[in-house]
Design a protein around this ligand. Structure first.
Ligand SMILES: [Zn+2]
Length: 240
C-alpha cells in the first residue's frame, strides 16, 4: 500500500503551525524566566510599588494607577504613605474630588496635611522618594525633612489666561522650599538660578518632577514661577 501523499499546501500549513507553536513556547519560556528573575519594576504585570527603584515598566504602571482611584490608594498604602479621605466638595466650576489628605510616610509638607487628588498625592510620593530625597542626599549631602509649599487647592484661573488652573481641582502643588536635616533651607526664589550645589539641587528636582507630574513649571518657564515649582497632574504635558 502506498502512503498518503501530502499536497504542497498541506505541507506548508503544517510547517506554519509548527513554527507558530515553537514561537508560542519560546514566548511562554521568556515570560516564565522574566517572571522569576527580572526585577518587578521591569515587568508590566507585577504590581507598582513605591519602594522599588524606577524600572522599564514603572512609568506605564504609574500612569495606569493614577487613572484608577482604588489602585491609586492601594499603591500609596502599600508604600507606607498615610492619608485620610477628603470629603468631595464643589465650588461653582471648581471641585475637589477623588482627594486625600496626606498625613505621613512622605517628606512632610508645610503647611501640614494638604488635600490633593489621589493622582497628585501619588505623584508627590514618587517624586519625593525617587527624585527629591536622592537629589538632596547626593547633591546637598543631607536628607530633606520638610517641603515648604504655597498650597494645593485654590478656586482660580491660570494666571493671565481664561481656563481654570489645576489648583481649582486640588490637582496641583506649589513647592517653594526644602528644609534639610542639617538645618539648612534652600528655596526656589533664592537658589534655583544660583551657581553651586543649591542651584544644581533645584534644577534636578525640577527635571525629575517631569517624570511624575504632568506639568512642571519652574523659574525657567516664566516670572510668575520665580519663587516656586508648579507641579500638577492635569491633562497637559509641560516640562520647563
Ligand atoms: Zn501652581
Amino acid at each position: 500500500m502506498r502512503p498518503p501523499v501530502q499536497s504542497p499546501e498541506g505541507l506548508l500549513l503544517a510547517g506554519v503551525w509548527a513554527l507558530l507553536l515553537d514561537m508560542a513556547l519560546v514566548f511562554l519560556a521568556v515570560v516564565w524566566i522574566a517572571d522569576g528573575f527580572a526585577p518587578p519594576q521591569d515587568l508590566p504585570w507585577k504590581p507598582l510599588r513605591l519602594a522599588d527603584p524606577p524600572g522599564l515598566a514603572t512609568q506605564a504602571k504609574f500612569e495606569r494607577a493614577k487613572l484608577n482611584p482604588s489602585a491609586c490608594r492601594a499603591v500609596l498604602a502599600q508604600g507606607g504613605v498615610r492619608f485620610g479621605e477628603a470629603a468631595p466638595r464643589t465650588d461653582g466650576a471648581c471641585a475637589q474630588l477623588n482627594a486625600v489628605r496626606l498625613e505621613g510616610g512622605v517628606t512632610p509638607l508645610a503647611p501640614a496635611g494638604p488635600v490633593m487628588t489621589c493622582p497628585q498625592a501619588l505623584a508627590y510620593a514618587f517624586w519625593d522618594r525617587h527624585t527629591l530625597r536622592p537629589a538632596a542626599r547626593e547633591v546637598l549631602g543631607a536628607a530633606p525633612v520638610e517641603v515648604g509649599h504655597y498650597g494645593t487647592y485654590a478656586c482660580r484661573k491660570v494666571a493671565g489666561r481664561d481656563g481654570l488652573s489645576e489648583h481649582a481641582f486640588a490637582n496641583a502643588l506649589d513647592v517653594a522650599s526644602v528644609r534639610l536635616a542639617d538645618g539648612r533651607r534652600v528655596s526656589v526664589l533664592k537658589d534655583f538660578n544660583a551657581d553651586g550645589e543649591a542651584g544644581a539641587f533645584w534644577r534636578r528636582a525640577r527635571t525629575g518632577a517631569c517624570r511624575w507630574f504632568h506639568v512642571t513649571l519652574s523659574p525657567d518657564y516664566n516670572a510668575a514661577h520665580r519663587d516656586h515649582l508648579h507641579l500638577d497632574s492635569g491633562r497637559y504635558r509641560v516640562c520647563r
